[in-house]
Design a protein around this ligand. Structure first.
Ligand code: SAM
Length: 215
């Protein structure tokens, strides 16, 4: 498909995101610059700029663009921030954060997905550190982080992740049951104090791990 088709489709997607309440121009510019069609399965490439989640194999999905945008906006990431993402999936959310100027570390529990995402990200020139592991435990070697984003839904907030936040940093994570989750936006105020805001009504694949759902 011609590049002009994707450019037009992306412009229409941006209009939808603005209508749904995305106001952070840094997020808008990043979504506008990342070629989502490079992160979806080739059979679904014509749907790459629809505001929907799409399958990426192994019963996982590339998140809906609105979800990526609202999570990125809630993280309040600034250029130069060190961000940890749990749930690399296709690599799309990681690319959006990188396009926002962040240094990105991303963990995926499925080796096949991690390898595929790493190949895509390298081919497109996004320098992102990827690793196959249980992301509920965070990535201690590079902690503390300026922000952590979890793209799968857990039953409770993993303590390992809150421990790996800098003071003032935010953790954005969907919490709920297997049917519906609320986005928790948790700010670390001090060593012991955290403040939580919630955004209701999301549906993610499960966060499976030691501090998530049992597999
Ligand atoms: N951020 C992804 C993207 O942009 O394509 C969306 C990924 S999908 C909604 C969530 C991902 O989280 C899945 O690929 C799943 O395998 C992964 N996941 C679930 N539990 C995990 C864990 N404990 N550690 C790392 N990845 C996990």
């Amino acid at each position: 498909m011609a590049n002009t088709f994707y450019t037009k489709a992306r412009t229409e997607l941006i209009a939808i995101l603005r209508k749904k309440g995305i106001t952070d121009e840094q997020v808008i510019a990043a979504v506008n610059s990342v070629p989502r069609h490079e992160f979806v399965q080739s059979s679904l490439i014509h749907r790459a700029y629809e505001d929907v989640a799409l399958p990426i194999g192994l019963a996982q999905t590339i998140s809906q663009p609105f979800t990526v945008a609202i999570m990125s906006q809630s993280l309040r990431a600034k250029p130069g921030f060190k961000i940890l993402e749990i749930g690399t999936g296709s690599g799309y959310q990681a690319a959006v954060l990188k396009a926002m100027g962040c240094q990105v570390f991303s963990i995926e529990r499925h080796l096949d997905l991690m390898n595929k995402a790493r190949t895509t990200l390298e081919r497109l020139g996004y320098g992102i550190a990827c690793r196959c592991a249980d992301g509920t435990l965070g990535w201690n070697q590079y902690a503390p982080f300026d922000g952590i984003i979890v793209t799968a839904g857990g039953p409770t907030v993993p303590p390992s992740l809150t421990r790996q936040l800098k003071i003032g940093a935010r953790l954005v994570i969907p919490i709920g049951d297997d049917k519906v989750q609320n986005l928790h936006v948790i700010t670390r105020l001090s060593e012991e104090e955290f403040q939580t805001e919630t955004i209701e009504g999301f549906k993610f694949v499960p966060l499976i791990g030691k501090e998530g759902w049992v597999s």
